[in-house]
Design a protein around this ligand. Structure first.
Ligand SMILES: Cc1cc2nc3c(=O)[nH]c(=O)nc-3n(C[C@H](O)[C@H](O)[C@H](O)COP(=O)(O)O)c2cc1C
Length: 369
């Protein structure tokens, strides 16, 4: 088998073609206005980082008013967001970079201050295991269907705004993952209990979004799905559960599956799956039924090639914050000039305003700083 190279173009099932196999990972910027409308700063931030890279996945954009996770979050839950989202899509698309928007609902991973006095919701009334977590309210069945409808409306807005695709945020402990997790989902109806029932929300949601794209998109449009491979809580999602999820999702008309990993070659915590990296197991299960996107501390061409041994596309997160020209430097043999650190006085030039800067400080690993 010939090895995949990051400089090659890539065509998704839907027909959307990327000029190379690098994707900017979704990264929350906290730059939007209080009501989720995009700011000029945010457009500039994306504009700086597009052009060389195959596609950009935007920061998580909330599809429901009650799904807002933090201040400064991008919104896609109202038509008033449309004009700004259309500007965002075209800022990213200059010189052929494709624009995907990440669709999100925070579930229990928010608080009543962000929601202006409203209690957060989730699959069940179980708090997350973190010191400041609030107890969420369990969703009624009609509210579950309403949230699926909100994802549908978000998809329609993404199409209308001119994006090339959506990514469903089923990772990082947010609502879609909360339904699949036996920690946050203790329901005894058809949405909880067995792994099949816990998968029902993701299943119906994904089918609804795929059907929506078929009905509304007038040109090829990508649907991707992001997931986290395991949880640390007990009970919690184990790697075996994730192999089930991925196997089911790979049978759908999805354009890609995107794993969320801090490092691309991480090994599972489960004793049964220690023989190789999680990426290798996942790639085997997917078995080319859909494209597979890797991520996690890729800091140069060598590491990208390693990640591509078990995936088709490579997402880049923090390196794109510190160096918007990372991809062109890797493609043009100028890796020695890549910048991995950002000095305070360089923030403005890099479009890193207060919100993203603070978030970046919290999330930057030692290797990057
Ligand atoms: C500032 C920041 C914000 C992030 N926001 C999101 C997000 O909105 N959605 C998401 O799926 N992942 C988010 N992530 C995770 C990244 O997509 C990525 O998986 C992670 O940073 C690991 O990749 P890296 O080592 O290349 O940075 C965020 C990461 C950072 C550093």
């Amino acid at each position: 088998m010939t090895k995949k190279h990051y400089s090659e173009s890539f065509t998704f099932k839907s027909g959307v073609t990327l000029k190379n196999r690098f994707i900017m990972a979704p990264m929350t910027t906290k730059m939007s206005f209080f009501d989720g409308v995009i700011t000029e700063d945010e457009k500039k931030y994306y504009y700086l980082r597009s052009k060389d890279i195959g596609a950009v996945v935007t920061a998580a954009a909330n599809v429901s008013e009650g799904g807002k996770g933090w201040e400064g979050e991008l919104g896609i839950h109202d038509d008033r967001h449309l004009a700004g989202l259309a500007d965002l899509a075209s800022a990213i698309q200059r010189n052929g970079t494709k624009a995907f928007i990440q669709l999100y609902h925070g579930g229990r991973m928010t608080n009543s201050s962000v929601l202006r006095g409203v209690q957060p919701v989730s699959a069940s009334a179980v708090k997350a295991e973190r010191p400041t977590a609030e107890e969420p309210r369990a969703l009624e069945e009609d509210e579950i269907y309403q949230i699926i409808e909100d994802f549908k409306q978000g998809t329609i807005r993404a199409i209308e705004a001119g994006f090339d695709g959506v990514e469903l945020h089923g990772a990082n402990t947010y609502l879609i993952q909360q339904f699949f997790s036996p920690h946050s989902n203790r329901r005894e109806d058809k949405w909880g209990g067995s792994v099949e029932n816990r998968f029902r929300f993701a299943d119906l949601l994904t089918d609804t979004v795929i059907e929506t794209v078929k009905a509304y998109a007038k040109r090829p449009f990508v649907v991707g799905y992001r997931f986290s491979p395991e949880e640390y809580e007990t009970p919690g999602i184990r790697f075996g559960d994730t192999l089930y999820l991925v196997d089911k999702l790979a049978d759908k008309a999805l354009d890609y599956l995107h794993v969320s990993l801090g490092k691309y070659d991480l090994t599972s915590q489960s004793e049964e799956y220690k023989e190789k990296s999680m990426l290798a197991y996942l790639n085997e299960v997917i078995n080319n039924r859909t494209a597979f996107m890797s991520v996690g501390d890729v800091r140069g061409g060598e590491e990208a090639l390693e990640a591509l041994e078990h995936s088709d596309l490579v997402a880049l997160g923090r390196v794109m914050l510190a160096d918007p020209h990372f991809v062109s430097k890797v493609l043009n043999d100028r890796e020695d000039t890549i910048r991995f650190t950002v000095a305070d006085e360089e923030r403005e030039e890099l479009g890193l305003t207060n919100g993203v800067w603070q978030f970046m400080q919290n999330m930057m690993s030692d290797r990057i700083n």
